[in-house]
Design a binder for this molecule. Structure first.
Ligand code: GA4
Length: 346
């Protein structure tokens, strides 16, 4: 068994900064330029006027909250989380833990309808909310990927979006529920013997207090192409533009937060950056986020289009690899490990 090692206590700077907010209803060539700039500088941006209907979002959110409100024993029937299903606290296979419970779903309609039987008392309603939501966010992700290709002057405008539109795309939908602080205090053993400070100190695992922060989802980059995330009005997401610096992202339920994944960094030959981020669970209200991870088919070969192999990097920074190969590597490492470096040429 792999045992989680405690996160080393290091000093962290919290810096105030607003992510670029991109209005998708603005003029197309302007939008594509702004998206490229955001992906080069931050790897993250928010989109507004995105065209995903409020109703589609509300239905998905309702299904999510309904599921997480169930008793634990019922939720566990939808588990374990590997490769897909319900999970609590454990993330991946290598001992990462956090104050989070989640549902990890494949995005193909058949597996959603099969899964929904263990998730909901009204599986048809659940499947239709999930498939409706996936279709809408996949459409948004493809639109954004096409704008990126345009902004990068890549003549094949579907070079990125084609991969996640493929019927065999390995994309995922993840619902994360970060329980409110009061639940944590309630769960804790409050017997008189446990109230001594020594007892409170020694059980802090890597999910617990780190500089006063309760870690919901530890720092990591997303391995796929593009992530499209929506949360309720509770904050917690932070991004790390440089080591030890954390920038909180203000919650906006009407916007989507979009970020570059490792594969897009490789396919833009390092021009776009896949930036580390994490989620804290420090709020007195429940936070729920819904993340769509746009991924290629497992057999897809990841390599930049020739137009992007130019100065300052006139040769490929990464060796060609398949998504299957990359995913296997990611799953063999810890959540916070940098994996793209292993595929660098030289
Ligand atoms: C991070 C992004 C997505 O949530 C995820 C995660 C996956 C998992 O939870 O199983 C991983 C993690 C994520 C990156 C490294 C590997 C894989 C856990 C882990 C330790 C679903 C994904 O695709 O990669």
């Amino acid at each position: 068994m792999v045992v989680a090692s405690p996160t080393p206590i290091r000093s962290e700077k919290i810096r105030a900064m607003e992510l670029p907010i991109i209005d998708l209803s603005a003029e197309r060539s302007e939008v594509s330029k702004l998206i490229v700039k955001a992906c080069e500088e931050y790897g993250f941006f928010k989109v507004i006027n995105h065209g995903v209907s409020e109703d589609v979002i509300a239905k998905m959110e309702e299904e999510g909250f309904e599921f997480f409100a169930k008793p634990t024993s019922e939720k566990q029937q939808a588990g374990p989380a590997n490769p897909c299903g319900y999970g609590s606290k454990n993330i991946g296979f290598n001992g990462d833990i956090g104050e989070v419970e989640y549902l990890l779903l494949n995005t193909d309609p058949l597996s959603i309808s099969q899964r929904s039987k263990t998730i909901s008392n009204d599986p048809t309603k659940f499947s239709s909310a999930v498939t409706g939501y996936i279709e809408a966010v996949r459409g948004l992700a493809c639109e954004i990927l096409d704008l990126m290709a345009e902004g990068l002057w890549v003549p094949d405008r579907s070079v990125f979006s084609r991969l996640i539109r493929d019927v065999d795309s390995d994309s995922l939908l993840r619902l994360n529920h970060y329980p409110p602080l009061k639940d944590c205090l309630k769960d804790r053993d409050t017997s008189p013997s446990s109230m001594h400070s020594h007892h409170l100190l020694h059980h802090h695992s890597n999910s617990k207090i780190n500089n006063g922060n309760r870690i919901g989802f530890g720092e990591h980059s997303d391995p796929q192409i593009l992530t499209v995330l929506r949360s309720n009005d509770v904050g917690g997401l932070q991004i790390s533009p440089e080591d030890g610096v954390w920038v909180p992202v203000s919650p906006d339920p009407t916007a989507f937060c979009v970020n570059v994944g490792d594969l897009l960094q490789a396919m833009t030959n390092g021009r776009f950056v896949s930036v580390k981020h994490r989620a804290l669970a420090n709020s007195y209200k429940s936070r729920m986020s819904m993340a769509y991870f746009g991924a290629p088919p497992l057999h897809a070969r990841i390599t930049p289009p020739p137009e992007l192999v130019v100065v300052p990097h006139s040769c490929s920074l990464y060796r060609p690899f398949t998504w299957a190969e990359y995913k296997k590597t990611a799953l063999s490492l810890r959540l916070g490990d940098s994996r793209l470096g292993l595929f660098r040429v030289q």
